[in-house]
Write a protein that binds this ligand. Structure first.
Ligand SMILES: [Mg+2]
Length: 397
């Protein structure tokens, strides 16, 4: 039975946190001397906003059906992604049945392939795809997880990402992932400071707690190997995340061979599509892939990425992604837990990950979330009407 057809597509932008979670005010842990590939330049070492990490802002995609039902999603991409959605991608949606997500995704991907494939364009495609799934769920009166085959467990378990794994332990999370602060340009002194940061946090959490390290692409293979080996033997670090450039598949394969047996190598938040993740899987680059649902191609593509990982015996633990992750993770056996980004400036309180943009965004309690909290049509959230939105490129016609 045909659903109400798509009448209009709107691409909006917003500033100030939300899906562009790096777009925070001063004094936030997420912009406090985090190691990055740009840290080789001293002038860009203290703040990621100094080199422009927050220039894009949030993209909001709204897809309206002829019966007035609106599906929406948020991701990173701002005005440049809004242009792509309004002027290029919307033609593949208007007048179409929202259930045709496979054909729509295929047309969005191959029509932009000559300038797309990864990054901003795939963020835009992801935003459209997630809005389409939200619309489909609302039209069918079902949560997205039900459309994906249903939950395979009754609750989600979370680890927390932020500057305070010790606070995460007190809040009931199963683990804490801390940011790395010093890159290779800060030499052996920086390496020693990194290790002492991990040691200090391990002393605060005690031994019986997952402790992980996020390196945001900042390192090289040799540095990452030295850091991982010491952190494993001295402090029981569980995994080293995104240690090197996402383009360096060969480096990841070497790092995975180098780290101590039992330690996990994770990456993928800046990887996209089934073809990108096929590289990570077939080259044996890591133990856990971490696609961001708003950046990897959306739910339609994540289904394919996840199936590849399942067949390869790898876990899929999406990066951040809030409800777009939760509705997926609960349906897959090879996604046994989820990430929660601690967006409180001090990383010591649970606040909604994409605040202030979503209403009804569920958050874990004592590190857990019942699947019943997701039992609302679509992704189960609404756009906060108090957030200022712009529509920079309204479609002609
Ligand atoms: Mg990360």
């Amino acid at each position: 039975m045909a659903l109400s057809k798509i009448r209009s597509v709107r691409a909006l932008t917003a500033r100030g946190g939300g899906a562009d979670y790096h777009d925070q005010g001063s004094g936030h842990w997420i912009d406090d001397h985090i190691a990055t590939p740009m840290a080789r330049y001293p002038e860009y070492r203290q703040s990621r906003q100094s080199f422009g990490i927050n220039v894009l802002g949030t993209l909001i995609v709204e897809i309206e059906a002829e019966d007035g039902t609106v599906g929406f999603a948020v991701t990173t991409g701002g005005a440049p992604a809004a242009y792509i959605v309004e002027r290029h991608l919307s033609r593949f949606l208007i007048g179409r049945d929202p259930a045709e997500y496979e054909k729509i995704w295929d047309q969005m991907y191959f029509s932009t392939q000559y300038y797309g494939r990864k990054g901003l364009v795939i963020n835009a495609i992801s935003g459209v795809d997630l809005a389409l799934w939200d619309l489909l769920g609302k039209l069918r009166g079902e949560p997205v997880h039900a459309l994906l085959g249903g939950a395979v467990r009754d609750e989600l378990q979370f680890y927390a990402t932020g500057a305070r794994p010790d606070a995460a332990k007190d809040l009931g999370f199963i683990g804490g992932k801390m940011p790395l602060h010093h890159g290779p340009a800060e030499g052996d002194e920086g390496l020693a400071r990194n290790l002492s940061d991990i040691g200090e946090m391990r002393a605060r959490t005690g031994d019986d707690f997952w402790l992980m390290l996020d390196c945001w692409m900042a390192l090289d293979v040799n540095y990452a190997t030295r850091l991982a080996t010491r952190a494993w033997h001295d402090f029981g670090l569980k995994w080293i995340e995104e240690a090197i450039s996402p383009d360096d598949y060969w480096g990841y394969a070497e790092l995975k061979r180098n780290v101590p047996r039992g330690m996990l190598v994770t990456t993928g938040e800046h990887e996209a599509t089934r073809w990108g993740f096929r590289m990570l899987l077939e080259m044996d680059c890591c133990d856990i892939i971490q696609p961001d649902v708003g950046w990897c191609g959306g739910i339609t593509e994540l289904l394919k990425i996840s199936a590849l990982a399942d067949a390869a015996g790898k876990l899929v633990v999406p990066h951040g992604s809030s409800v777009y992750s939760y509705h997926f993770v609960c349906t897959r056996h090879n996604s046994p837990f989820a990430e929660f980004l601690m967006m409180h400036p001090d990383a010591n309180e649970v606040v909604p990950m994409f605040r202030p943009q979503l209403l009804g965004e569920p958050v874990p309690e004592r590190g857990r979330l019942s699947i019943s909290a997701l039992d609302k049509p679509g992704f189960g959230v609404e756009l906060n009407p108090d957030v200022a939105l712009e529509r920079p490129f309204p479609s002609q016609g």
